[in-house]
Design a protein around this ligand. Sequence first.
Ligand SMILES: NC(=O)c1ccc[n+]([C@@H]2O[C@H](COP(=O)([O-])OP(=O)(O)OC[C@H]3O[C@@H](n4cnc5c(N)ncnc54)[C@H](O)[C@@H]3O)[C@@H](O)[C@H]2O)c1
Length: 266
Amino acid sequence: MNIALVGYGKMGRIVERAAKERGHRITAVIDPFVPDPPESLCLYKTVAEAQTLADADVAVEFSRPEAAADNIKALAALRVPVVSGTTGWYGRMDEVAGAVKAADSSLLWAPNFSLGVNIFYRIAFNAASLMDPFDEYDAGGFEAHHNKKADSPSGTAKTLAEGIIKRIRRKTKPVYETLARPPAPDEFHFPSLRLGAMPGTHAVIFDSPPDTIEIRHTARGREGFASGALAAAHWLVNCPGPGQAAGKARRGIFTMDDVLDELGVK
Ligand SMILES: NC(=O)c1ccc[n+]([C@@H]2O[C@H](COP(=O)([O-])OP(=O)(O)OC[C@H]3O[C@@H](n4cnc5c(N)ncnc54)[C@H](O)[C@@H]3O)[C@@H](O)[C@H]2O)c1
């Protein structure tokens, strides 16, 4: 695949490395704030300026919350399929989805591209459905991240907690704060821990008097986001595998759920 990178920060650079390892080409990099770029980089400040964008089969967008919606709209107008991992712009989703559809272009977005996390969601949701009839099991969990993480709870924690309370009737609301009181029986307690260099960890726990069932996902680094974003790009532009050429892109708005559904992950 020929890939344009939109946003060349921590994620953009990891995607670049992972894409090159898999035999893909980076044909353009769009980022207005790269200090001292290497000469080999086809770097542009905006999507509109990027002359080599026409060569790209897909754009992988990890930029800033305030930039993502306009980037995706500009890419859609040029009919470049977009895989977007930027978070914090979803208040403009309707406008962006409208622009992508009007241009008959393609967008696959996900707040977390890690394949492991997306599979973990399904494991946790299936587990919640299994535990629904067993009132003796309380349910809750926690998430832990390094002490530089800006937001709390993590977006992944919210997705997990909201998905689980839909499936366990005795739980009706997620509570993310540390509690100075016992949680109410219908509260799904899912607090956050910020500590040192902890890798992103999400644990879901079902606890009864005689035993505990715990399921946990631990990320070892950011590479899982990059490989998931590249897997999503393969899927979006029908690329048969690493290093191979893209086919005809799927048109419309997609998420990682569509990718997992097609892979048969139930
Ligand atoms: N979906 C996922 O799996 C996933 C994983 C990790 C991070 N993220 C999200 O991805 C985004 C980027 O994360 P990061 O760690 O790479 O951040 P970062 O701050 O390291 O990089 C962001 C880059 O975007 C650039 N940028 C700013 N304005 C731009 C514009 N108009 N066009 C193009 N580039 C622009 C900045 O100069 C910077 O280089 C964040 O929103 C983060 O929350 C998502």
